[in-house]
Ligand binder design. Structure first.
Ligand code: DGL
Length: 258
């Protein structure tokens, strides 16, 4: 097959990266995609950086074996642990990662604190520290580690008392009128955005990096003349390391939902 008509690989620790794939489908609808979710080994956020790096390398190999022309690491945690190593090992591969979308949040210039919701690992890693460093003069940035939150989404729970209580406990510490914006620094969290809005109100800006990452992926593929020339809508194949058929079913549901 012509290189440009090979599929694009997407990877996340579970179903979260589908929030990024959804954005990619909007701007590159004619591409084919293979999505690999590693739900069997999730959550990544509580593992060591080395464990996450090894799992991420394995996932990229799985996608490359399937013949992908480029890879999106649609997981903030895996990106912080592995993306620079991956670039060294695969220098010619169009590869994008995702990091908490702090820049657009700072550029809103809203009064108050910017809350960054992410996994404990993302917030602990060097990559995030450098990001904070870049913006700390311009904004008050508060990292909010959310252990246990991605598990709700992996179980297909997006609303209800349990998740509301979880979010209330996280957010209630901060006065609503003092929140400048909330950055969803984990690709699972856009799926509970509506529930979060119910808690903080619709006037708080809630930002994620899905579209920015999809645009960066498109740019990198275009630079290598690797965008498809197909005029037909592409297809999405979803694979998941967990043997449960529910994980794949949930993935298609998340992809179809609006
Ligand atoms: N979806 C992942 C992220 O963007 C993390 C979830 C996890 O495995 O802990 O960080």
């Amino acid at each position: 097959m012509d290189n440009k008509n090979m599929p694009i690989g997407f990877f996340d620790s579970g179903v979260g990266g589908l929030s990024v794939l959804k954005e990619a489908l909007k701007i590159m609808p004619n591409e084919d995609y293979i999505y690999f979710g590693d739900s069997k080994n999730a959550p990544y956020g509580m593992k060591s950086a080395k464990e996450v790096r090894d799992l991420t390398f394995k996932a990229v190999e799985i996608l490359l074996d399937k013949g992908v022309k480029g890879v999106a690491i649609a997981c903030n945690t895996a990106t912080s642990a592995a993306v620079s190593e991956l670039r060294k090992v695969y220098p010619d591969l169009p590869l994008v990662g995702i990091e908490p979308a702090l820049k657009p949040a700072v550029e809103l210039n809203n009064e108050g604190d910017i809350l960054i919701m992410a996994t404990a690992m993302t917030l602990k890693e060097e990559k995030f520290k450098r990001l904070m460093e870049r913006y700390k003069e311009r904004a008050s940035i508060i990292p909010v580690p959310c252990p246990g939150l991605m598990e709700f989404i992996e179980e297909g729970k997006f609303q209800g008392e349990e998740i509301e209580n979880y979010l209330l406990e996280k957010i209630n510490t901060y006065k609503k009128d003092k929140i400048a914006a909330i950055v969803l620094g984990c690709t699972h969290y856009p799926f509970i955005k509506e529930t979060l809005i119910n808690i903080v109100g619709k006037d708080v800006d809630i930002i994620d990096g899905g579209l920015g990452t999809a645009k960066e992926l498109k740019r990198r593929l275009n630079d290598k003349r690797l965008l498809t020339d197909s005029v037909n809508k592409g297809k999405v194949e979803i694979i998941n390391s967990s043997n449960k058929k529910e994980s794949v079913e949930l993935s298609y549901r998340l992809l179809m939902g609006d």
